[in-house]
Design a protein around this ligand. Structure first.
Ligand SMILES: Cc1cc2nc3c(=O)[nH]c(=O)nc-3n(C[C@H](O)[C@H](O)[C@H](O)COP(=O)(O)OP(=O)(O)OC[C@H]3O[C@@H](n4cnc5c(N)ncnc54)[C@H](O)[C@@H]3O)c2cc1C
Length: 414
């Protein structure tokens, strides 16, 4: 089969990272073609918007950058160049205004991702971006040809630059199936195993707890590990725990599980009240109320009381001190992670050691990697999308500046 060459930038994957690179490149007049395996683009982006698209966060940039943990210093220059405020301005340009929620998180005013994606695709189309769906990258040959399967049949293509923006390895049905891992490994590129992040964890709950409380939110708790403590909400599920608060501990719990097969954390279920005050509240006479009702009337949700009974089966009713202590220090033992496909995001992927500063593969200098397929990790809260956008901008600007260097050299020779 003959190989065709595309004079411009070929992007594989129409998620937030690939689309942002396409936006910047096409605005600068670079020819851009996108190949997307699914019948429509941005499926995970749309899914992210299902319960409200938390696109970024309004906290100070210094604090924002720290959310990327070990990768903060690598991502800092990118986030300085295109960070939360730039995302808000970019949405305004697309006539999709945003608002800052009470927690500092930023959402589009309409909450959903669909209107934003629609406006974005319209602009890309006006800027001349060619978006070809049902075009799946399936192989990478030793001559640098990218093998594509499409309804028109197979083809082999090369391009001036190729940006891989094929996503992580969760929610496979939305397109990011991690198949690219093998394709890169076969080119001698080291890939760190994809692992679940921002995911649920399993706990060996009793049948009673499961039956009475599965699906119940645990609001305003503080979760403490050996290294940190954070406040937020959880959901007790039939298999364990879900929710932003436990997701924020994903990396630490994953590490503990790999060492010990279990991870022990502590919940302060009543963080807004001091121990002494809590004791006073519980020791008030309960009259004819059952003890459970008495706790509920004292502002202690029944799921919180049930968690205490689960961890302290011997606890005696009407012992205010024991109850207050247990509510402030309720141990939980996590025994495993939920499957990777259920995770909000994945860590692992292309390590920074395989990339140059402009996110070009050291071993394949015309090929760049963008977005979640790179091995960085971040909690939910808009940090995932922000980094994907920011990396897309960074790569696009690197290509634009290298194209302009080349054309300067070319014109000085002629
Ligand atoms: C349920 C859910 C909720 C989320 N909520 C939020 C949130 O509120 N805030 C936030 O910041 N993040 C959120 N995220 C995470 C965020 O959506 C992702 O981090 C982000 O979409 C990753 O962008 P990406 O461009 O790297 O990859 P993706 O969005 O995964 O896009 C990759 C694209 O590449 C295509 N592709 C893959 N392989 C090939 C191939 N071989 N050939 C051609 N095309 C291919 C895929 O079909 C896909 O369209 C959420 C994720 C999920 C699952």
């Amino acid at each position: 089969m003959p190989t065709t060459h595309f004079s411009g930038t070929l992007i594989i994957g129409a998620g937030p990272s690939g689309l942002m690179a396409a936006d910047i490149l096409s605005k600068a007049g670079v020819a851009v073609r996108i190949y997307e395996a699914m019948p429509t683009p941005g499926r995970k982006f749309l899914m992210a918007g299902r319960g409200g698209l938390n696109i970024t966060h309004s906290e100070a940039l210094d604090a924002f950058v720290q959310r990327y943990g070990d990768h903060s210093s690598l991502l800092k220059p990118l986030l300085n160049r295109f960070g939360p405020n730039d995302i808000i301005n970019w949405m305004d340009e697309l006539e999709q205004p945003s608002f800052i929620g009470s927690s500092g998180r930023v959402f589009p005013k309409v909450m959903k991702a669909a209107p934003l994606l629609r406006a974005w695709l319209t602009r890309l189309n006006q800027q001349g971006v060619e978006l070809l769906t049902r075009h799946r990258w399936v192989d990478w040959d030793d001559q640098g040809g990218f093998h594509i399967e499409s309804p028109e049949g197979p083809q082999i293509i090369t391009a001036d630059q190729i940006i891989l923006a094929t996503g992580g390895g969760s929610w496979k049905k939305l397109g990011s199936d991690g198949q690219w891992v093998n394709l890169l490994q076969r080119q001698g590129i080291q890939i760190n195993p994809l692992v679940a992040s921002n995911c649920g964890f399993t706990c060996e709950w009793s049948n009673v707890l499961r039956k009475q409380h599965a699906g119940t939110p645990i609001k305003g708790a503080v979760l403490k590990s050996q290294h940190s403590e954070k406040k937020g909400d959880l959901i007790l599920t039939h298999y364990g725990l879900e929710g932003g608060l436990i997701y924020a501990f994903s990396a630490e719990i994953r590490h503990a599980l790999s060492l010990n097969q279990s991870a022990k954390l502590t919940l302060d279920l009543m963080p807004d009240i001091e121990l002494a005050q809590l004791i006073k509240r519980i020791e008030k006479p309960r009259g004819r109320n059952s003890f459970s009702n008495h706790l509920r009337k004292a502002g202690i949700a029944s799921v919180k009381a049930a968690l205490v009974r689960e961890s302290y089966p011997e606890i005696v009713n009407d012992d205010p001190f024991a109850w207050a202590e247990a509510l402030k220090n309720c141990p939980i033992t996590l025994t495993g992670m939920r499957p990777i496909d259920e995770a909000i995001s994945t860590a692992g992927g292309v390590p920074f050691s395989e990339l140059n500063n402009d996110f070009r593969l050291k071993k394949k200098p015309t090929v760049f990697c963008a977005g979640e397929m790179i091995d960085w990790d971040a909690p939910t809260g808009g940090y995932l999308l922000t980094a994907c956008f920011s990396i897309g901008v960074h790569i696009a600007e690197a290509i634009i500046s290298s194209n302009s260097e080349k054309s300067k050299m070319h014109s000085s020779k002629t």
